[in-house]
Each structure stands twice: as structure tokens, then as C-alpha cells.
Design a protein. Structure first.
Lengths: 106, 247
């Protein structure tokens, strides 16, 4: 299980956009680099990341080798009611990660 | 010695002392200050998990002896490098952690710059956030300190530069695309954007050796340790905000 963090404001207003911040720990190895011995370092990148709010998909992305290590993603969402945001991602080796947080509509 | 005397005369410690983050761009400063967005916090989080995890033949965790790290490790990191009476020598924080890993937990030592050692170091260093650097160089640490001071003023590498030529005489000026810092070792371990990873101060010092095209001392070598202690004494009073972020 990979390490990640997700953050939303402590409370949000119904129907108003709020900021969701996601930080994922991953080397995002491009596959273009070589190590000190000249051997190619195999590609290893997070290729998909998605977020759901109570089962409804609110964000999804496909990453390429141009993303930096430890990708930091910010997007906006709206909520009609309080619920749980679940962020899931997986890399090209099938490793998966998941973080969740609660959104409170005030 | 004849040519050294005038050098020492003008090479005074920088006034006012400024931590490395103050030489970074606004973006990098904001990233360091951002509790969530600071990538170093990923290592702190992993360190908090490792703190509680039993390890080695003794099946002991850090917690078994030191209880809650958020309390017991307060102000510890800013005292390192420090003379350790049990080990009988000056050690940095990484070596002190490894002394626990091999001695108390009875496991193989963690490799320098390994994810686990970085995570534990970052976790311990995080507990000293907001506290001033307070390394002691008296008594049994004085020989190491003196060695560090000698190294700091010693020219080396193909560029024939000493630390002092950049970090005392030319700090704040532009070197290629960067501002030359004062070489203050606060906020480490730090996330270096260039390396896309958290890194120890030892790795950063080795990068300086590379920069002046000198032979890099090995991780854990006496030279690096002595230099770390001298720099810590030089940075006395500067406030730590580990884990830092650097370009």
C-alpha cells in the first residue's frame, strides 16, 4: 500500500466549489534514466488517479512520465451533502494506494 | 600559514545569520511552510508508523523505550551531532538512530539515505520544529569541532575552494541560477526538488564536494561528521523548521 495524503477544508458550503489537495509518495521513474552502471532504470509511474465523493466520481487523471516524483494534485469539487472523499491510484506495476477523508457540509 | 592569516581575517561568520530557506524562491518557501504540501511530511508520516513498529530480534519498537515520540523527541534533533557517552564518539542523528536499531532492536543497521532511515530521522527532526539549533562543542566533542573548523577553511577540489569562500564571503550573491546560501544546516533532513526526495545534510554536503570537484567523503565518515558539527555550532540559535524544502 502506497502512502498518500488528502486534504479538504474543515467545512464546505453546499454547492460551492472547494479545494481538494492530494499528495502521493511515488518515485515516478520515467524509464529514460540510467543508473551509475549505465543500466536503464525501468519505468515506474502512477498511471491513474481518481477521486470519488460518496461513490460519485469527481476527478480522474492519467499521468505520464512528465509528472514529478511525489505527485501533488489539486482540484475543485462541489458537495450537496456531507460525505467521504476516497482517492485511489495505481501504478504501472499494479501497486495501489488509497486515502480517504470526510467532507462536512455546513 | 602566511596566506591563511589574511583569509581568516576577512572570513567572518555571516551576520545576520539566515537559514537556507531564506535564499529560496517564494514558491519554495511557501511549500516548506505548507504543512500539507511539504513533501517531507510524507517521510514524517512514514516515520511515525515506523516509530511504533517492532523491529529486529528484540521485537522492540522505538516506542517501547521512548514512548510517544512527539513528546520524548522534542528538542532532540537540534542537539545533534553530539557526543554520545555510550558510543564514546560524536554521532549525528542518523548514527544515533542506527545505534538503537543495532543495539536495542538487534537488527541490521539501516543504510544511509534509505527510505526507512530518512523517515525516522525526519520524524525525530520534525519534533524540534521551532526550536533553535543547540549543538554542544565543549568537552569530548571539541576535537571533532576543531577538525570541522579546519575542514571548513581548507581549500579543496579542482576548483580549489573552501566552504568559507562561498558561504562566508559570497553569500546572498548569485551563482548561476541560484543564490549562494550561508551554508546553515537547519531544516535538514530536507526535501530537495532537484533530487525529488528527502535527503540528509550529509548528502547535501557531499553535493558541495561534488560542486567544487573534490573527492566526496563517504557517508558516516569522520570528515562529514566534523563538518556537520562545525556547521551546527555556526548555526547556533537559528530555528529549525525540519523537514525543509530546497530547490
Amino acid at each position: 500500500m502506497m502512502l498518500g495524503r488528502v486534504q479538504v477544508p474543515p467545512t464546505v458550503k453546499r454547492g460551492e466549489p472547494f479545494e481538494v489537495r492530494v499528495l502521493v509518495q511515488h518515485p515516478m521513474e520515467t524509464g529514460f534514466r540510467r543508473d551509475l552502471d549505465g543500466q536503464a532504470i525501468p519505468i515506474n509511474i502512477v498511471d491513474t488517479l481518481s477521486a470519488r465523493l460518496d461513490g460519485r466520481e469527481i476527478f480522474s487523471a492519467e499521468f505520464g512520465s512528465g509528472m514529478s516524483a511525489n505527485p501533488y494534485v489539486v482540484f475543485y469539487a462541489t458537495a450537496r451533502a456531507s460525505g467521504e472523499i476516497v482517492v485511489e491510484w495505481s501504478d504501472d506495476r499494479g501497486e495501489k494506494g488509497r486515502v480517504a477523508t470526510v467532507v462536512t457540509v455546513a | 600559514m602566511l596566506y591563511l592569516t589574511p583569509l581568516l581575517a576577512w572570513a567572518q561568520s555571516p551576520q545576520p545569520a539566515k537559514g537556507g530557506v531564506q535564499f529560496q524562491s517564494a514558491d519554495v518557501r511557501a511549500m516548506q511552510a505548507d504543512e500539507f504540501g511539504n513533501p517531507g511530511m510524507l517521510w514524517v508520516e512514514r516515520g511515525a508508523t515506523l516509530w511504533k513498529a517492532p523491529r529486529g530480534a528484540a521485537k522492540a519498537s522505538c516506542e517501547s523505550c521512548h514512548a510517544d515520540g512527539a513528546q520524548s523527541m522534542k528538542g532532540v534533533a537540534v542537539r545533534y551531532p553530539a557526543y554520545d557517552a555510550n558510543l564514546g564518539r560524536v554521532v549525528d542523528l542518523e548514527q544515533r538512530i542506527n545505534a538503537c536499531v543495532t543495539g536495542k532492536q538487534r537488527d541490521a543497521a539501516l543504510a544511509y539515505e534509505s527510505q526507512e532511515l530518512l523517515a525516522l530521522t525526519a520524524y525525530v527532526a520534525r519534533q524540534s520544529r521551532g526550536m533553535p539549533v543547540a549543538a554542544r562543542v565543549d568537552g569530548p566533542a571539541s576535537a571533532t569541532y576543531e577538525r570541522g573548523r579546519t575542514l571548513y577553511f581548507e581549500r579543496q577540489g579542482q576548483l580549489n575552494l573552501a566552504c568559507t569562500h562561498c558561504h562566508d564571503a559570497n553569500w546572498g550573491r548569485t551563482l548561476l541560477a541560484e543564490k549562494v546560501s550561508q551554508g546553515q544546516p537547519v531544516d535538514w533532513p530536507a526535501y530537495r526538488l532537484e533530487w525529488q526526495s528527502l535527503a540528509s545534510i550529509a548528502r547535501r554536503l557531499r553535493a558541495c564536494y561534488f560542486g567544487v570537484r573534490a573527492e566526496q567523503p563517504a557517508f558516516g565518515s569522520d570528515d562529514l561528521l566534523a563538518l556537520q558539527l562545525y556547521l551546527a555550532k555556526r548555526a547556533q540559535g537559528l530555528v529549525s523548521s525540519a523537514p525543509g524544502v530546497r530547490r
